[in-house]
Design a protein around this ligand. Structure first.
Ligand code: UGA
Length: 446
């Protein structure tokens, strides 16, 4: 099928490549000329395991191309919208300017080159009510297209796998049954290679589909902040949050995932999505329903601040002039994404307080240099830790969590580590002579 993907950021670029991988003829559109050039050459503009291969193969075999010219989407049956919906500069709400700009251009192309049964399929995370607005927009412009909301649940680091083998697919369909059934059948055809036997494919109205996405991210954020709040209690009492989380996780109703206490959640999704959700609830007059998310956000901010406070406390109050090695810059491992990264927050705060900070990260250093040229970096953990008075593990890359405390101990000035992800074995590090500080993690016999 001839498909367009509008917006080739993280979500859109991966989606475009995966749709081509399914055998469709895909054109990806983005306003960023440099990004489009790289994608068109089959080069991944960000780090994502497995993506570069899928991209290069499909560009090479001619099923996938990229352009800045919206005119080239003419004739496509399905237009996926994957533009960014970041937090507004002022306030908590989502900035829909990219979405509206894309729609303006797309509607103009669809008006000039009508395609029978065309679909506009939204994948971006949007405030509830957006799909209905876009459907009305098409109708007002005399464009006979059906809008569907098809939220994306992919995780960075697993983006290709999550797109090709998702755990569920949701179609948000219009109230008009005939139009909805026709749209459902077209999307079933698009996703024929994905909809394997037994994989849940849920049909819902627009509002439900839009809310599923923000509800899912809010739940994940709440789970992380819940365990981080418990970590605060553990710190106050001498309990150990990792053992506690393990015991909680054995209850099937709770489950072990997303209960890793540490410096908290970051990235381009969870933080801005919970804020936009609160803002939308306020507009709808049901802000009380989501006031708990303010607390979720607050707990999350406190944990990164706590990591800074631990460093200050370690040095008796001031970090000025102290040599600190920071392991990790990305918001999570297997990603070079620095958006709202807790590691970056800690690094910039310590630099701001006059510490002599050296940051390392296996993948994210080019992005760090570009945006924060004043932050010192080193190519690997050993180089970063040379003569350090304090080591802080803030992104749990495997190359950091498997460091040998004995060998690392030989090159630092002081054997002190803050494990911001509770990813190290405290006993092994203490046995090698290190002072270990976890996040809500006590050093106990049991
Ligand atoms: C998140 C969701 O998990 C995806 O389902 C969703 O599609 C995506 O946002 C999106 O809206 O696009 P992602 O931002 O890639 O995916 O990252 P997560 O794996 O959810 O991790 C988010 C943050 O939480 C990271 O900083 C991670 O370190 C932190 N985290 C995660 C914890 O601190 N503790 C945990 O137990 C788990």
């Amino acid at each position: 099928m001839k498909i367009s993907v509008i917006g080739c950021g993280y979500l859109g670029a991966v989606h475009a490549a995966c749709m081509a991988e399914l055998g469709h003829e895909v054109v990806g559109v983005d306003v960023d000329g440099a990004r489009v050039e790289r994608l068109a050459r089959g080069e991944a503009p960000f780090y994502e395991p497995g993506f570069a291969e899928v991209l290069a193969r499909n560009v090479g075999e001619g099923r996938l191309r990229f352009t800045t010219d919206m005119g080239e989407v003419a004739g496509a049956r399905v237009h996926f919208i994957g533009v960014g919906t970041p937090q507004r500069e002022s306030g908590l709400a989502a900035d829909l300017s990219h979405l509206d700009a894309a729609m303006t251009d797309l509607v103009a192309v669809m008006a000039e080159h009508p395609v029978a049964g065309a679909l506009v399929v939204g994948k971006s995370t949007v405030p509830v009510g957006t799909a209905a607005r876009l459907q009305a927009w098409c109708e007002d412009a005399g464009v006979a297209a059906t809008v569907v909301w098809n939220p994306e649940f992919l995780r960075e680091g697993f983006a290709v796998k999550d797109t090709l083998t998702p755990d569920r697919v949701v179609y948000g369909l219009p109230e008009d049954r005939v139009a909805g059934e026709a749209a459902r059948d077209v999307l079933d055809e698009v996703y024929a290679g994905v909809l394997v036997h037994g994989m849940p494919r849920l049909l819902a109205n627009y509002q439900t589909a839009e809310l599923v996405k923000v509800a899912a991210n809010s739940f994940l954020a709440t789970k992380i902040s819940f365990i981080n709040a418990i970590a605060e209690l553990c710190e106050a009492t001498g309990a150990d949050v990792t053992r506690l989380a393990e015991a909680l996780g054995h209850d099937e109703r709770i489950g072990p995932k997303f209960l890793r206490a540490g410096v908290g959640f970051g990235g381009g999704c969870l933080p801005k999505d919970i804020r936009a959700f609160m803002a939308r609830a306020g507009e709808l007059g049901v802000d009380q329903a989501l006031t708990f998310l303010r607390e979720v956000d607050g707990i999350n901010q406190r944990r990164r601040q706590h990591a800074v406070a631990l460093a200050e406390r370690h040095f008796g109050g001031s970090v000025r002039g102290r040599r600190v090695a920071i392991l990790g810059a990305a918001f999570k491992p297997d990603s070079d994404d620095l958006r709202d990264s807790p590691a970056l927050y800690v690094a910039t705060r310590l630099v701001g307080q006059g510490a002599d900070v050296v940051v390392t990260d296996p993948i994210a250093l080019p992005g760090l240099h570009a945006r924060y040229p004043h932050i010192q970096t080193a190519p690997d953990a050993r180089a970063a830790c040379l003569d350090a008075e304090l080591v802080m593990l803030l992104t749990e890359w495997r190359e950091f969590t498997t460091l040998d405390p004995q060998r690392l101990g030989a090159i630092v000035q002081d054997r002190a580590v803050i494990d911001g992800r509770n990813a190290l074995d405290p006993q092994a590090w203490e046995a090698a002579g290190w002072t270990y500080h976890g996040m809500g993690r006590a050093s106990t016999t049991w």
